[in-house]
Design a protein around this ligand. Structure first.
Ligand code: COA
Length: 412
């Protein structure tokens, strides 16, 4: 085995961990203030390092997330900061970190599902992670600010504030997000601080982070939505054409949502409003000319069923289903084999079966469809899911689908 001579252990210090991460990601040393914010969400006892001859060579951070899946919030193991010292690459250290983590989660009966964001989409499919959420990148030009008429009521009043003064509102509004949309996860105080981090050295030329609040017009009413955004100054032919970068936008109802977008698109200096949004985001239905925003869809969160027997019943299904799936999973052999998934009045159940398979697929496809945003029929059309009983793909596609589409705007 190529990882002979390496030892795997939980980190004792965030700093040593962070040093390897900084080196692996190009030698950018994180500002001390940023390290502090990231350290607050770091869970050393759950994370992993690889050492050799007293030197730390590779890292993996594991986070205990409470994430929306179809049916409500569930524990999901978030994996982040997978990094290997450039002089120790392609010896199997990443493989060692990932497989040890998956086996540990299973053996200890912890989260039955793992999720990660990846720097490159080609890395994690081999370990059974499937692309589960997508984001659509929008660049809305000044000439396409017009919105299709929507609400009978006038827009809500919107005010701009310092995010530091709205932390409680932001946390409260975000709190409802995982129930509304799978892929978003509960953010405690430390995760909220991380989401609001705004260090000058990390702004990339933009101004400071601002917060827009859509206010409830009733007396004493609490804000019903917020947008976090920053402007980058840009002048074209002596005209202001600033970029407005929308970092995140959450609203409790559609009027608050539309009011925030109206206000963002109306910023006087704005040239282009830039945002990454869910693929079914209402802004695509609100813009009179969505084509001008040149929507570009890209992969986002990848999920992996660690313990299939517990993972499949812990989510809800959009339609009744009774299907036998034959799963190939060499890295997590306990998932391998034929499973009967059926739903009824008391929810879903999943158990081993000797019955003939209706569908064959690998862990990667199951991971991809788990949050309800990837179509099983699409994977079948690509030859990645094999149908043995006519109609099984169609039935399973309907059952696994979730509306609205999952989305994970918080990178971990
Ligand atoms: C990506 C990274 C973690 C890989 O670490 P590594 O220890 O060299 O990977 P391993 O030797 O365990 O490789 C396991 C497999 O992944 C493949 N692989 C590794 N990096 C890959 C990449 N960037 N793209 C596609 N495949 C990759 C290897 O070829 C190997 O393939 P195999 O299954 O055919 O044997 C490392 O290159 C790194 O730190 N990169 C910079 C940080 C980064 O991008 N991290 C990912 C964060 S999500």
């Amino acid at each position: 085995m190529r990882t002979e001579g390496y030892e795997f252990a939980a980190p004792d210090s965030w700093d040593r961990f962070a040093d390897v991460v900084a080196l692996a990601y190009g030698g950018y040393d994180a500002a001390p203030a940023y390290r502090t914010v990231v350290a607050e969400v770091f869970e050393p006892k759950r994370s992993l390092l690889a050492h050799r001859d007293g030197r730390t060579c590779a890292t993996l951070a594991l986070y205990s997330l409470d994430m929306g899946v179809p049916g409500g919030r569930r524990p999901i193991a978030g994996i982040g900061y997978v990094s290997v010292d450039p002089t120790h690459r392609r010896r199997g250290l990443m493989r060692g970190l990932i497989l040890r983590t998956l086996a540990g989660l299973y053996e200890r009966g912890e989260e039955p599902v793992a999720a990660l964001h990846t720097t490159e989409p080609g890395i994690y499919g081999r370990f059974g992670f499937g692309g589960a959420t997508r984001a659509v990148h929008l660049e809305i030009p000044r000439h396409a600010r017009e919105m299709t008429p929507s609400h009978a009521e006038p827009p809500l009043p919107v005010r701009v504030a310092d995010p530091a003064d709205c932390v409680a509102h932001i946390a409260r509004i975000h709190e409802g997000a995982p129930e509304r949309r799978p892929g978003t996860f509960h953010r405690d105080d430390a995760w909220t601080r991380r989401a609001l981090t705004d260090l000058p050295e990390r702004r990339g030329g933009a101004g400071r982070l601002l917060c827009m609040l859509a206010e409830d017009p009733g007396e004493g009413g609490l804000p019903r939505g917020y947008a976090l955004y920053a402007l980058t100054a840009r002048w074209v032919d002596s005209y202001p054409r600033y970029d407005v970068h929308v970092r995140e936008l959450f609203a409790e109802d559609s009027l608050a949502y539309a009011s925030l977008w109206r206000a963002l698109l109306d910023i006087d200096l704005a040239g282009t409003v830039i945002a990454d949004r869910p693929v079914d985001d209402p802004i695509l239905a609100l813009l009179a000319d969505p084509r001008s925003a040149v929507p570009v869809v890209r992969d986002q969160l990848y999920t992996r069923l660690v313990d299939l027997e517990r993972a499949l019943p812990q989510r809800a299904y959009a339609a009744e289903i009774d299907v036998v799936i034959d799963v190939a999973d060499a890295d997590c052999p306990w998932n391998q084999g034929r499973w009967r998934l059926h739903t009824g009045a008391d929810g879903a159940a999943c158990a081993r079966t000797g019955a003939a398979a209706d569908l064959s697929l690998s862990a990667r496809e199951l991971g991809a469809v788990y949050l309800g945003g990837t179509s099983l029929a699409q994977l079948a059309a690509a030859g990645r899911v094999i149908e043995h009983r006519a109609g099984a793909v169609r039935a399973a596609t309907r059952a696994f689908h979730h509306d609205p589409a999952p989305f994970c705007p918080t990178v971990f």
